[in-house]
Design a binder for this molecule. Structure first.
Ligand SMILES: [Zn+2]
Length: 186
């Protein structure tokens, strides 16, 4: 009698245990968000192509650094979707803080249209924002894990006053931005 009850109790514990493990564990194992532990910005970088990749991290917003190896799954997702966005936004921030004439023409918030193009066997990431003017950011991956970035602005419908901004530069694998060209044609 006693033994029978114990067996039933043990069975209940096992069933409850299995249910908890199958339903609750996946909730706890949600993909990690790769972000700055200090300011929570997602504009973070790791030295791609070096031994410190997915280990040494630097926040491009507040410049703090930390050491962490994110799970393979999270890191793969970051590299596939977030990396290009980080390059784009870091370059736009650079332009905003170095060229007030360009900053004046930037919207408060960009609404990007994204397109992936193949040009001469290379992948080109193309972002376009259109309002009073058209901003385009094209990012091409170079060997050695650097990125060639080209940012262009042209006003819409002002055919008589051609005004164009062009910025060309490199975003390197360590997250350093090097400006190569800047034109503002009035
Ligand atoms: Zn930060």
């Amino acid at each position: 009698m006693m033994l029978g009850r114990l067996v039933i109790l043990a069975l209940i514990f096992i069933i409850v245990g299995i249910v908890l493990v199958t339903y609750l564990l996946p909730l706890l194992r949600r993909p990690e968000i790769i972000e700055c532990p200090k300011c929570h910005s997602r504009m973070v970088w790791t030295p791609i192509g070096t031994r410190s990749e997915n280990f040494m991290w630097r926040c491009l917003a507040c410049n703090s650094t930390w050491l962490k190896s994110y799970s393979e799954d999270s890191y793969k997702k970051w590299k596939e979707y977030s990396m290009i966005v980080v390059v784009r936004d870091a370059v736009l921030n650079y332009i905003r803080s170095h060229h007030s004439d360009a900053a004046k023409r930037m919207p408060e918030k960009f609404e990007w249209k994204y397109e992936k193009k193949m040009v001469e066997g290379e992948t080109l990431h193309l972002f376009t924002h259109t309002d009073k003017g058209i901003w385009t950011v094209s990012i091409r991956r170079l060997p050695e894990h650097d990125f060639n970035v080209r940012v262009e602005y042209r006003p819409r419908g002002e055919i008589t006053i051609p005004e164009r901004i062009l910025w060309v530069g490199i975003f390197d694998n360590l997250g350093v931005i090097v400006e190569l060209e800047y034109y503002h044609v009035h």
